[in-house]
Design a binder for this molecule. Structure first.
Ligand code: URA
Length: 191
């Protein structure tokens, strides 16, 4: 059976596959352009995302918007989602069983979107998507190709909140992502 975006949204809205469904306020489905070439995958919704049911609406979201803008990108032309669709209390790392329970949703999102570029934001996403031993400090900005999809990872915007000197490093990674997209899809603007 072929799921649609609306099917996935409904499944996520009523999901009880792990105990986070008992503590969440609202599940947070991915958002953005359903025809985007670029898919950003982060870790899990924070407290503000949990309140609003929308990814990256808190302080990390402000940083993300600024990074995108600096590289000539915007949320309207990308798709942003998380490994977990529900907020882990206290922003703790997602548990293995939570990641496993939630993974089918990410698979369906990826299947429907068919992105040309996947960008993992932070260690948790990079280790789940690219490689279990991925080291973000050493390997951020590196590219790998899988099933005709280019993949890379950079620091999570919350790392910039803790250490503002990382902004320029992440900006460089984002600008390279914009350049890669322009290279793959001539006609896209690069700043
Ligand atoms: N941090 C994340 O990893 N995801 C969000 O949606 C917000 C903050």
């Amino acid at each position: 059976m072929q799921y649609t975006w609306s099917d996935i949204k409904q499944h996520i809205a009523s999901c009880t596959h792990c105990p986070l469904s008992l503590s969440r306020q609202r599940p947070v489905m991915g958002r953005g352009d359903y025809k985007a070439d670029i898919m950003l995958i982060a870790e899990a919704p924070g407290a503000q995302e949990d309140q609003q049911g929308i990814p990256f609406v808190g302080r990390s979201g402000e940083i993300l918007d600024s990074l995108l803008k600096d590289c000539g990108l915007s949320r309207d032309e990308i798709y942003i989602t998380n490994i977990l669709k529900c907020h882990p209390p206290g922003n703790r790392d997602p548990k293995e069983e939570e990641k496993e329970a939630c993974f089918p949703y990410l698979k369906y999102e990826t299947f429907l979107l068919r992105p040309r570029i996947i960008v993992c934001l932070g260690r948790v996403a990079a280790q789940r998507i690219i490689s279990p031993d991925f080291k973000i400090t050493r390997e951020h900005g590196a590219w790998t190709e899988r099933k005709h999809c280019l993949m890379t990872a950079t620091y999570h915007p919350s790392a910039i909140l803790r250490d503002p000197s990382k902004y320029e490093i992440v900006k460089k990674d984002f600008c390279e992502i914009a350049r890669k997209r322009a290279e793959m899809m001539p006609g896209q603007l690069v700043v």
